[in-house]
Write a protein that binds this ligand. Structure first.
Ligand code: H2B
Length: 101
């Protein structure tokens, strides 16, 4: 089933419930800081597992002790959809276990 683009209002309402996340042009974005490079690497692997489970994938960037995500929905023409917020919510939920902030 195709996912529909969210309206600007819908995006704003959902962002209000996801502190730390923001809209950069047509992507939802967030960066996390971690305690070490290995901690950041482990979080990337965990996010990759979730992305495979959801069949929804961000542009996921590993820095020295940072992990950054940018996500939109290719199949919706690059718009932001519920799928993007579902992934963002799942990443928020796993972040504390990695000591990410
Ligand atoms: C075939 C498969 O369902 C698609 O390629 C999936 C995989 N991951 C995806 N990820 C994202 N961000 N958007 C998509 O439209 C998308 N589509």
């Amino acid at each position: 089933m195709p996912v529909e683009p969210l309206s600007q209002k819908e995006v704003e309402d959902r962002l209000a419930e996801l502190p730390g996340w923001s809209l950069d042009k047509d992507h939802l974005i967030r960066s996390y800081r971690l305690g070490s490079h290995f901690a950041a690497t482990a979080m990337v692997v965990h996010i990759a597992q979730v992305q495979e489970e959801l069949n929804h994938h961000s542009d996921l960037t590993l820095g020295y002790n940072t992990v950054s995500l940018a996500v939109h929905t290719h199949s919706a023409g690059g718009a932001v959809t519920e799928k993007d917020f579902e992934l963002a919510r799942r990443v928020e939920d796993l972040a504390p276990g990695h000591g990410a902030h």
